[in-house]
Write a protein that binds this ligand. Sequence first.
Ligand code: OGA
Ligand code: MN
Length: 297
Amino acid sequence: MSATATTTIRVRPLGAVIGADIEGVDLAALDDDGFARIARAWADHLVLRFRGQKLTDVDLMQFSRRLGALDRVPIRAAGVVMAADPRLAIAPEAAEFVSVISNVKIDGKAIGGLGNYESHWHTDMSYNDIPPMASALYGIEVPPTGGNTSFASMYAAYDALDSETGARIDGLTCIHDASRNSVGELRRGFAEIADPQQTVGARHPLVRTHPVTGRKCLFLGRRRSAYIPELPLAESEALLDMLWAEATRPEFCWTQVWQPGDLMLWDNRCALHRRDDFDDRHQRIMHRTQICGDRPY
Ligand code: OGA
Ligand code: MN
C-alpha cells in the first residue's frame, strides 16, 4: 500500500473547543509528514477521530508508537478473561499492549473491560505517578445506539475560571483514587475507600502545564474519592465539586457517536472523557492502546 500523501490530509473541527476529524488518511500506511500533520492537529484539537480505518492490532500498535512508548495493559477488573473466540481476541503478539473494551461475554465471562456500563468523567490512569499521555480506541463493533463517548477540554475549563479561583488552585495538588476503574469497579488488590483523606493513588498538581503546547489546564482525573491534601476535607470536597461542575459544562464538550472503523485518539493530559451506557443485547468491541506520558507539572 502506498504511503498517505500529506496533501490529502484534511482537518475538520468537530466541537467548538475539542475534537477534529482527520480525513484522507490510512493510518496503516502513514508517512512521517502525515504523522507530523496529525501531531500538530492533535495539539490544537486534543481529540482526533479517524473514520473508515481498517487496522490490525499491529497497525494500531505501530500508529500509537509514533506518539511514544506503549503502556502495558492496565490491571483487569476481576472476572475479565481472554476471549476464547479468536475473532474477538487480540493478536497474541499484541497481548501486552492492546486491551479489549467490550461487553461481550463468552460462557459467562467478559472478553474485555468496562462492560456496557456508563463511565463517569475521568482521564485514564491518572492514579499513577506517570499517567499515560494518550489513549487510542478503535471501534470494531458498535451498538446501534448508546455507548457514545464524550470529551471535555480542560484548557477551556481552566481558561473560564475566574481569576480568584485560578489563583487559589494554582499550587494545590490532588490525590487521584487508584482503587476503582472508570466504571466504578473495585480493582484487584484494592480496598474500599470510605474517607477521601485515606485515598491511595498518585498526587498531582490540580493545574498542569501541557508539555507540548505549554498551556495550563485543569487536571482532575476522577471525582470519586479525590482529595486535595492541602485543605480540610469539607473544603476539599466543596472546591472539587465546584471545579468538576465547571469543567464539564456542555460548551467545553463534544460527543463521539461511534461507527465501526473509527479510531479515536485522545490526550489524557488536557481532556476528560466519559461514556454512556448501552443495551447489553448489543455487542460493542473495541481495541485500545495507551501511550506513556510524563510526570505532570
Ligand atoms: C477507555 C474508556 C470509553 C469507551 O477506554 O479508557 O474510557 O467509549 N472508554 O469505551
Ligand atoms: Mn477511559
